[in-house]
Ligand binder design. Structure first.
Ligand code: DNO
Length: 349
């Protein structure tokens, strides 16, 4: 496996120097953040990112994400133009050494949480989603402003998008995903890039918005649309794993054996009785997921893709981007290293 760490560029309070000091750290996961979705990424930005990483002994070879415009997901008339831009961005990333590009196909919003700094008894804080805080909210009536949601939408824009997705429904979203894949994957194949789709987080509809990258049946369907290693998964254990219907070690084993996991996001969640969930420390004992079984599944199937510790808690007084501080993600990285070493050695015996 190739150990990687997400870095938000120069504005990230976590420095490349600190990241490079984490044992075994190899790759940087980043993106061009100052360009709107639907626009071409300047080559200078990619060249600069590559150089900055190399100056710290790191490789910039994973992009997270090239965002997919709503008009592509909605199948609007201008989607061909937007898809040309998308493909051009893949080519440009490849030119500067990128081997894996993460994206998602979630309508309107990426992940959904109700609080980003829930305090645990030990004083650490983490992201949580509690159903009692979600219930009763209606995006068409209320001014919903959940933490982490894109604040650049006006209330009217959000309403229009909700209505458009309601009309589109799951079937329409599948059709538009198919259209996207059939344009984009051949380009990725040509330039040696693996496209890794991130699952919906959480993996079920939110406020009636359709969500399709959610469970084994749907992952099978997505991979079958374009049967190529360039059409792969970013298997996020925490996103798929906050629903009891997903058996994460079994899914990891299956898709890794098929050679269809490009990128692993490894983190732990605790599922509560009512289906709410809390992000927890990476250790198996701290949440609902068995991290040892997940890593064993990867090792026994010969996984050689990218892995990153995912969201960490805020600990030791650190402040910064929720989920993306240095300390707890670094602890996660060393734990992941330990699990891989143990599983690899056990396999050789
Ligand atoms: C959360 C991340 C996601 C992911 C996107 C990929 O912290 O894992 O935001 O980057 O869904 O497009």
């Amino acid at each position: 496996m190739k150990l990687s760490f997400r870095w938000y560029g120069e504005s990230d309070p976590v420095s490349l120097e600190y990241i490079s000091q984490i044992p075994g750290m190899r790759s940087i996961v980043s993106a061009v953040y100052d360009v709107k979705p639907g626009e071409v990424w300047p080559e200078e930005s990619l060249a600069k990112m590559k150089k900055q990483c190399e100056d710290h002994g790191l490789i910039f070879d994973v992009v997270e994400s090239i965002p997919v415009s709503e008009d592509i997901k909605l199948g609007k008339e201008n989607r061909d133009h937007l898809l040309d831009v998308y493909c051009e961005n893949i080519r440009r990333c490849a030119k500067y050494g990128v081997k894996c590009v993460t994206y998602n196909f979630m309508p309107v919003f990426d992940w959904t949480r109700t609080q980003l700094d829930k305090k645990a008894p030990d004083g650490s804080t983490s992201l949580v989603m509690y159903w009692d805080q979600m219930k009763g909210l209606d995006p068409l009536k209320d001014d919903i402003n959940l933490p982490g949601w894109d604040a650049s939408y006006t209330r009217d824009e959000i309403k229009r998008l909700f209505v458009a997705y309601e009309e589109l429904g799951e079937d329409g979203l599948w059709e538009n995903l198919e259209y996207f894949l059939k344009k984009v994957i051949p380009v990725a194949e040509e330039c040696g890039v693996v496209m890794a789709i991130h699952p919906d987080d959480p993996p079920y509809p939110i406020f009636g918005l359709p969500r399709i990258i959610t469970c084994e049946k749907n992952l099978d369907r997505m991979l079958a649309i374009y049967d190529s290693p360039a059409n792969s998964l970013c298997l996020c254990t925490g996103s798929l794993g906050c629903a009891n219907f997903n058996n994460i070690p079994a899914m990891v084993r299956k898709y890794s054996a098929m050679g269809r996991i490009g990128f692993m996001h490894i983190r732990n969640v605790k599922i509560m009785e009512d289906g709410s969930f809390e992000e927890r420390a990476h250790l198996s004992g701290c949440g609902s997921l068995d991290m040892y079984e997940i890593v064993r599944a990867l090792v026994e199937t010969g996984f050689d893709g990218y892995v990153r510790p995912d969201h960490g808690r805020m600990i030791w007084g650190e402040t910064g981007k929720p989920g993306y501080g240095l300390y707890d993600r670094a602890l996660g990285a060393t734990y992941i290293n330990g699990l891989f070493e143990a599983c690899e050695k056990a396999l050789k015996k």
